[in-house]
Design a protein around this ligand. Structure first.
Ligand SMILES: C[S@@+](CC[C@H](N)C(=O)[O-])C[C@H]1O[C@@H](n2cnc3c(N)ncnc32)[C@H](O)[C@@H]1O
Length: 265
């Protein structure tokens, strides 16, 4: 996989990400990340690589009217959706590797499902450490490695059989920060002390296996990287590869394993 995969979406894909992917998969993780950083009423919180803002919105509820949430992302389409949904959050276009805030600006810095897309991950962690207060916490959520993903392992294998290298690079990129030991080392290099690491098995819920494939394609940059024939071939094979995750009602309930690492400066 290349170092340049940055998960950039069109507005249509960002809308699909928010309306389909967030409720199916990302929403479950936001409260866990907030909890890991110990976010409480009245705090000032930064969400790094916010996407459409699932973590920032949940943080806003936690900090309440006396707190403040700022969120950054590099993708305008994601931020357009985010701004529409939650005008109260201070949404900024910025690179995680160059945060536009003074030192010690926040009580908590959160980053969900995004570290793997930054070209300089240590640099981004260093930035998170710089902008958090000495009394604060940085919580970073990543997916576990593909070899420990009981459903996404077979799914990516299917997709890789049919898709071209660009698509395979993207599908591989999601899982590249899954080694907690390595991530903890990056925290240390970035000047942070790791105070907790947690592993969580989430459940992504889709109306069907077909819907899972549709969301994985149409709510991600994959939609621009595969043609109709490839899409159809992935769909046909995924029905077999993921059959064990189909419920009697025909829904798909798919385990997804992730880690949350919490650090302090
Ligand atoms: C899979 S999405 C996760 C979004 C959100 N945190 C969530 O949990 O739904 C990854 C996000 O990382 C953002 N991103 C990638 N590289 C970035 C960078 N260098 N700086 C800021 N955001 C970046 C993308 O634009 C995208 O919104």
């Amino acid at each position: 996989m290349t170092q340049t995969e940055t998960f950039q979406l069109s507005l249509a894909a960002a809308e699909a990400y928010e309306s389909k992917f967030v409720p199916a998969l990302f929403g479950e993780w936001a409260p866990l990340v907030i909890e890991a950083a110990g976010v409480t009423t009245g705090q000032e919180v930064l969400d790094v690589a916010s996407g459409t803002g699932v973590v920032a919105r949940a943080a806003g509820e936690r900090v309440g009217a006396t707190g403040r949430v700022v969120a950054v992302d590099i993708n305008e389409a994601m931020l357009t959706v985010a701004r529409r949904l939650s005008p109260d959050v201070d949404w900024r276009t910025a690179d995680a590797c160059d945060l536009p805030f003074p030192d010690s600006s926040f009580d908590a810095v959160l980053c969900q499902a995004a570290l793997m897309f930054f070209p300089d991950r240590t640099g981004a962690l260093r930035e998170m450490s710089r902008v958090v207060r000495d009394t604060g916490a940085v919580a970073v959520q990543v997916w576990a490695s593909l070899d420990s993903q009981p459903a996404y392992g077979p799914f990516v294998e299917v997709a890789a059989r049919h898709a071209g290298p660009e698509a395979v690079d993207l599908l591989g990129s999601y899982w590249t920060m899954g080694d907690v030991g390595h991530l903890s080392e990056l925290f240390a290099v970035a000047g942070m002390r790791v105070t907790a690491t947690t592993r969580h098995v989430g459940t992504a819920r889709f109306a069907s296996i077909d819907e899972l494939v549709k969301i994985e394609v149409e709510s991600t940059p994959l939609v621009d990287r595969i043609g109709d024939d490839t899409y159809a071939a992935i769909l046909a094979d995924a029905r077999h590869a993921l059959a064990e995750f189909e419920t009697p009602e025909g829904n798909a309930e798919v385990p997804i394993v992730g880690h949350i690492v919490t650090g302090r400066p």
